[in-house]
Structure formats: structure tokens, C-alpha cells
Design a protein around this ligand. Sequence first.
Ligand code: UD1
Length: 416
Amino acid sequence: MGKIVINGGRRLNGELKIQGSKNAVLPILAACVLCDGECVLKNCPEISDVRYACEIIQTLGGKTSRTGETLIIDTRQINHSEINKALMHKMRSSVMFLGPILARTGKAVIYTPGGCEIGSRPIDLHIKALKSLGASVIEEGDKISCYCQYTVTAKIHLPFPSVGATENVMMASVFSKGTVVISNPAMEPEIVELQNFINAMGGRVHGAGTKTIVIEGVEHLKGCEYEITGDRIVCATYLFGVAIAGGKTRFTGVKPEDLEAVLSVLREMGCDVSACSSSITIQSSGELKGVRKVQTQVFPGFPTDAQAPLTAALCVASGITVVHEEIFENRFRHIEELVRMGADITVENRIAIICGVPCLYGTTVHACELRGAGALVVAGLGARGKTIVEGTEYLDRGYDKMEQALERLGADIIRM
Ligand code: UD1
């Protein structure tokens, strides 16, 4: 098991280009299965979830190769419809392949997906929506088999704007013999990215980012070149890192409008934050203030994925802050570890009450999911003494060589 060792208290200064977005690239890799050609994806982060997605493409008959930050995905020879259990269990996003495999081959066999333990993560909305598109679905234990020669005109209302279900329906519908309308879809920026990518391959999708998405069926999709956008959650994590450690840093390669909710909380915490077209600059003294209640919400609300890094920074913010985790039922597992570093936090169901303490103290802490791991690194950056974060395999699911990025900004951080 890998470890990251941080000697806290170093200010973070300079400039850092934010890696490509995990949540954008994963559905885009799944969407490559739809095309009968070669896609060149630029700015792809080197993270384990991307590696697993490439393994899935290979098991389906496709080819993948990486040169630096560019992935080349050749899906001309796709000839399998099943993802084995072991691969399905490696990450939650394996479920994103259900829609594209079905659309490409008329059949898809998958198993209930794995992923970070942040509460129950059913896929009932995905299945129900695929049935509305005309698919027949057989569920036997953890095995899910779907059949559909072609999807038909349909109106799909999602009772909750699930990101994954929205993406699955968009991809399952691209070859529809008619028009598919999704009402109440997720409006996250990654949905817009997926739409742009499908359209770059020759698809006809519009409305992503609004309350209605319309997919007009096309006959086939061709290969294309596409650049993955910067990762708003990685950027949020590093912003909270600068907030707690102090310093002045400019992050480039991100869209500030995708981070409005995070930037507004940082300003309330006392940080000086400015943004221009594709960069965000933060200046922090390291003296932070508690804020009004923060509630995680679907976009454009405060992102659940940034909740753990936020709670880490709030540990040393004066006063009391209440954080309400609205999206996932068990997303406070990092808090026990923050308490071991000296934080004063009480958790009641989905609410964390954080009483700011003067400082955190380094100790050995254990990560048990991706964003919780990011939060422990944030805490370590601001803590007195040495913090050892165990469980770096979780970090590596979504943060591309995090220790190198933070070291460039002046952190004393090393991977053991
Ligand atoms: C995606 C993101 C994840 C983020 C989440 C919420 C990717 C690869 N992952 O995950 O980082 O935390 O959005 O912004 O993009 N739900 C159901 N039934 C379903 C589907 C979802 O009940 O069929 C529930 C989930 O249990 C959860 C909530 O809806 O409580 C949100 O899930 P969803 O939006 O689907 O998240 P993911 O797509 O899994």
C-alpha cells in the first residue's frame, strides 16, 4: 500500500496547469465505443480509472495507446458485448459502457459496478431509462443483460438528475430511429463535454447543460480529435490546499464558471479569489473563517466531490460551519481521520458540524475513498508536523501524480 508523506506548513505559490477531467474523460472513453474509427483524446489524465476504462475497451475488441497526455482509441474492431465481473468491480464508471455497448452491438452484458464506498449507489435509473428506450433487461443476481436492436423515439424523465444515468441514455440513444428527449437530466459540465464529443463524432445532441436534452438519431459516428477539459474537482482540491496552507497560486486550464459555488465559499472563508477566462488565482493568509451552511447539490450547487477537501480546510476556520451532504449517504469517512489530526467535528447522519481549531497536527491517517484521500492531503498541507496518508491507491484513481503537482508549488511532499 502506497503512502504520501507531507511536512505541513509550507506555503503554496506559483502556477499549475490542472490535469484533464476524470469525470469528463471516463464517459468520453465509453462513447468511443460508439464510433467506428479512431479517436484522438488530448489532455487525458494518467489515473487508474482511465487505465481501467482502456482495459474495458480492449476486452470489447478495441485498441488503446497512450503517448504522453494523448490517448488514441481505435474501436473499429469492437466485437464483444460483455464486460467481465473483475473489470466491472474496479470502478463505478464501468457502468457507463452499458449504453454505448448496447447501441453499438445490440446487446450488453455487465455486472453491478464497483467504485468508492460512499454509500449505496444503485443503477435503477439507468436500467429504467434503457427500458423506456425499448431495451429488454434481464437481471440475474449481479449480472445485467440488455438487448435492443435499435432504440426508438422516447421521452425519458429522470426523477433525479443522475449524472451517470443521463450519460448512459445520451450514449444509448445516438443511433435511435427517431428522437429521444431527456427531461430533468443532470446539468453538470461533464454532460456538456459528452455532448460536444458525441457531436464531434458526427452525432446530433443538443440541450446539454439545460433542463432538456434532445438526441436525434444518426446512422453512424466517425473518429475525431478532442481535448479533455480541465478537472474542476482537482482544481477545487488544490484551491482548498492553498486556502489552508496559505500562499498565492494561479491554476490554469479550468473554466472558472464551472467552479462558481466553490469560489464563492472560498471567498467567504477569507481567501482572495480572482478568475479570468481559463484560470483562477487564489491568495490566502492561511487564516480562514467559517462560513454559512454549505450543502452539496447537483450542478450548479456546491459539488459533492469537493465536500471532503472543503471539510479539511474548514477544520482550522474560525467559528462553526455546518456541512450537509445531500447527494451521497456515506461521504464523511474522512472525518474520523481529520479528528485524529485534532479537528473538532461531529457527524449526525448527513450533517457535519465543524468547530474550527487553531491548527491540525500531523499523524498517520488512512484514506478509504478518492475525494477523502484528497481531503487528507489538504489537511496535511496545513498541519503542523508530518502527516502520512496511507491508501494512495484511492488518490491515484483521480489525481494525476498529485505529489509532483503540489511539490511544484512548494509543498514538502513525497511518495513512499
Ligand atoms: C458522478 C460522478 C461522481 C459524482 C456524482 C455526483 C463520474 C464518473 N462520477 O457519479 O464523481 O460524485 O456524479 O455529482 O462522473 N442514484 C440512484 N439511482 C441511479 C443512479 C444514481 O439512486 O440509478 C443516486 C446515487 O445513489 C446518488 C445520486 O443518485 O445518491 C447521484 O448519483 P449520480 O449523479 O448518478 O452519480 P454518478 O454518475 O455515479
